[in-house]
Design a binder for this molecule. Structure first.
Ligand SMILES: [Zn+2]
Length: 122
């Protein structure tokens, strides 16, 4: 499911973030891919572009984090269209070597909108 307000793919009828009802994603919906420190986000955007995936970068003020770390780390969010989201995820997986969006330690939380296969889990 998709939260149009947060621009995030979530596995729930209600967004865990803003508690608004979610809906089915459409191909041109803009989805949050990653939120990373600016240099890393810029690198991801670069890789996406090299692979022909249009992306959008938005700055985030990591005020709380900056205070914690005692420095001014600027964060950026990278968004892609839902139609490119899966490809973009795979590319970022390759970049970072691990899924960035879903926590594998919480299988119950893993979104089912990525794969429609019904593999029995054991
Ligand atoms: Zn939301």
């Amino acid at each position: 499911m998709y939260c149009p307000r947060c621009k995030m793919i979530v596995d729930a009828d209600k967004c865990p973030d803003c508690h608004k009802p979610t809906r089915k994603p459409e191909m041109d919906d803009v989805c949050l891919l990653i939120e990373k420190p600016l240099p890393i986000a810029a690198m991801v955007k670069d890789v996406l572009e090299q692979n022909g995936i249009p992306s959008m970068q938005m700055g985030v003020l990591g005020a709380g984090l900056s205070t914690l770390l005692g420095s001014n780390i600027e964060y950026a969010r990278i968004y892609t269209a839902y139609s490119d989201h899966q490809n973009a995820l795979e590319l970022t997986d390759e970049l970072f070597g691990a899924p960035l969006v879903f926590d594998e330690e919480n299988p119950d939380e893993i979104a089912e909108d990525q794969t429609q296969e019904d593999e029995p889990t054991q």
